[in-house]
Ligand binder design. Structure first.
Ligand code: FAD
Length: 488
């Protein structure tokens, strides 16, 4: 008798999981597998805090699946190259006839999956893949001339126009596999599962949830109570105005389709009115999809290439000391430093702050954005290649539909505008606790006036000077390149 195998990856949930549901629908025994690939993860800069959340989540998923009579094995494969062999062994050992998984869109992951598909098919196994990480899969939302959208607003319009009933109907958790179908070889795995260990450095993630019910409850609470005010509050880091669901979406503890369905349930007018907080929040989910569609269509993005080729000619001015000051939150620009310390301590950073610190690294410190992209992946609880690369290329003006290079954030006025009471900065920079109100954003000016000594660095660069330099570096790059064409 042959069995079904579900390969869990960034879809660590039992609800709205097509791979799991289809495997169970076969009415055969089902084995679940998660592959720990520490060497590969190291090269992808997986953050220890995210690894910890994955480990904790797998332990709870193992219990959930056991209740469905499905054992979850965590199998160690050093890197993606060893994955096909690993599957062949599993298939043989557990009499697997079919493998189910949900697609990932990054280049290395796609290549890994193709290799697995090929080697398993050669052995006569069936391989089924599904799209669960996007509401509308890559390549399904195209321009009238069948091109990939490179600009967000028309993408969103087309995306909204293509939503059908299935997009609002997440799958329920599957029913348990009949106990009579569970083979003897699975029984010890169910009775005494191996403790989940990833063999990867970890950093405590216990401030984040790993229980699927609780995460769904967060989505429900946000949708019911906070989505309406999202538009007003989302840019203010001192307010709890955003959903903080990104880590759960990155690991797939919830799906984007569950987000859409819940939002629509609570705000049935959202698609018609196309305005208000709920619609603005939905647009962020669409940004997530947009970046996924882009990396699937332009695999060069996964190889460190800028979307706008001409921006690869920018002569970044690397300075290790400046980079370290940025990483450690010691630039002398309070909003930047508070944000970087929030990241280091919690693994998360507010979106407005991600834009500010990314702009500061690339346009004020003139450091190649790839260093920031990497630092973020190494520290974020929600590290996600497509959104992170998209966000960095947006802020560094190297991406498609990015911030134009001549629009450069002033970190002081951004702080004054988005942390008007200075509450956020004072929370993360205790050395500025005495500086009142929004004066905290120009702390040294205040301190000089009041003859107070601050144990806080002076600004490491002069914004006005660096701004001019950034403009000239971009203009030179453009002139050197000649044409402004995206990668083809
Ligand atoms: P909400 O505001 O509640 O938004 C809901 C969901 O929409 C988020 O959970 C997220 O999944 C998605 N989303 C929101 N904004 C964006 C966006 N701009 N682009 C893509 N998806 C979005 N997001 C990540 O999930 N992982 C990353 O590694 C990441 N790196 C970023 C790097 C930079 C430089 C920038 C500017 C943005 C980055 N983002 C990233 C996007 C965004 O900052 C986070 O998704 C958001 O701050 C998460 O908080 P939230 O869950 O409260 O979001």
């Amino acid at each position: 008798m042959q069995h079904q195998l579900v390969w869990f990856r960034n879809d660590l949930r039992v609800r709205d999981n097509q791979a799991l549901s289809q495997a169970v629908a076969s009415k055969q025994a089902v084995l679940a597998v998660y592959l720990a690939c520490p060497q590969q993860w190291q090269s992808h800069d997986l953050a220890p805090i995210q690894a910890d959340l994955i480990e904790r989540r797998l332990a709870t998923l193992q219990q959930q699946l056991a209740e469905l009579n499905i054992p979850l094995l965590v199998v160690h494969c050093p890197d993606f190259a060893s994955v096909p062999q690993c599957f062949l062994q599993l298939a043989q050992q557990y009499h697997i006839g079919a493998v189910h998984f949900q697609q990932q869109y990054e280049l290395n992951e796609q290549r890994r999956d193709q290799a697995v598909q090929q080697s398993l098919s050669q052995q006569g196994l069936e391989v089924f893949s599904y799209h669960g990480d996007c509401i509308l899969p890559p390549a399904s939302v195209l321009t009238k001339t069948a091109q990939v959208f490179k600009v967000f607003t028309p993408f969103r319009k087309a995306w909204l126009g293509q939503l059908d009933d299935a997009c609002f109907s997440p799958l329920a958790a599957p029913a348990a596999v009949l106990a009579s179908l569970v083979p003897d070889s699975f029984k010890p795995l169910l009775a005494q599962p191996e403790p989940v260990k990833l063999d990867y450095p970890t950093q405590d993630s216990s401030a984040w949830l790993c229980d699927e019910h609780q995460v769904i409850q967060c989505l429900r609470d946000f949708s019911a109570a906070k989505a309406e005010s999202y538009q007003q509050l989302r840019d203010f880091p001192a307010e709890a105005g955003t959903s903080k669901l990104s880590a759960y979406l990155a690991l797939g503890i919830i799906s984007p389709r569950q987000c859409l369905a819940r939002l629509y349930h609570d705000h049935p007018q959202v698609l018609e009115s196309q305005q208000g907080g709920a619609f603005v929040w939905l647009s962020e989910i669409v940004w997530r999809e947009f970046y996924r569609h882009l990396i699937a269509a332009y695999p060069q993005l996964c190889k460190g290439r800028a979307f706008l080729e001409w921006t690869e000619r920018v002569s970044w001015q690397h300075d290790e000391q400046l980079l370290q000051a940025w990483q450690q939150g010691k630039t002398g620009y309070p909003i930047v430093d508070a944000a970087m310390r929030q990241l280091a301590e919690t693994g998360w950073m507010h979106n407005r702050l991600r834009m500010i610190v990314a702009s500061f690294l690339s346009k004020d410190l003139l450091i190649d954005w790839h260093h920031g992209e990497r630092w973020f992946m190494q520290h974020l609880i929600d590290g996600d290649f497509a959104s992170n690369n998209g966000g960095w290329q947006w802020a560094a003006s190297t991406g498609t539909d990015a911030q134009p290079y001549f629009r450069i954030f002033n970190p002081t006025t951004q702080g004054e505008r988005f942390d008007p009471s200075g509450e956020f900065v004072r929370h993360w920079l205790p050395e500025l606790s005495e500086v009142p109100g929004k004066k905290v954003h120009q702390a040294h000016t205040w301190a000089e006036k009041h003859a107070v000594h601050l144990a806080y660095p002076k600004p490491i660069v002069d914004h006005a000077k660096q701004r001019k330099l950034a403009l000239s570096l971009f203009e030179q790059a453009k002139a050197n390149y000649g044409a402004v064409e995206p990668l083809s």
